[in-house]
Ligand binder design. Structure first.
Ligand SMILES: [Zn+2]
Length: 142
């Protein structure tokens, strides 16, 4: 699906503008070094397309030199019926290279609550700050 990238692109655009807003709160900001993104597996975002979108969106921004690190978060579910807590079950699709998560309890087959795996959050932003400036409007003598 070629149109799939639009989704990743939209999400990355939003993330980049949020990071820029955050970063600009720091007066001594030189650049953003790294953005650490946590993406739950149930969000179904393609990491390669996220990285590609990031490289496009970051151009001519304070994130230009930044690296995008993506941590995939495994889904964790909870069953209120039998108290199962843990990994989801997966159904292997014949002939396909992916597994589909099963939204029922591996133990008792009842409905489950998703505890983790639906998030897409900016976990950490590493900033490069100008430490050489020790005072606001500091003296400049030659
Ligand atoms: Zn159960």
């Amino acid at each position: 699906m070629d149109s799939g990238i639009l989704h990743e692109y939209a999400i990355i655009s939003e993330i980049v503008s949020t990071v820029i807003q955050e970063a600009e709160k720091h007066g001594r900001l030189l650049a953003v070094e790294e953005v650490l993104l946590e993406v739950g597996e149930l969000v179904f975002l393609n990491p390669e397309q996220l990285s590609f979108s990031f490289d496009v969106v970051k151009k001519d921004t304070v994130l230009e030199g930044a690296k995008l690190t993506i941590h995939a978060i495994k889904a964790r579910v909870h069953c209120t019926h039998c108290n199962y807590d843990g990994k989801m079950d997966y159904a292997e699709e014949e002939g396909w290279h992916y597994r589909l998560p099963v939204f029922t309890c591996p133990e008792c087959n009842m409905g489950i609550d998703i505890v983790e795996g639906k998030e897409c959050i900016v976990k950490t932003i590493r900033l490069i700050l100008d430490d050489d400036i020790s005072e606001e409007g500091g003296t400049c003598s030659n």
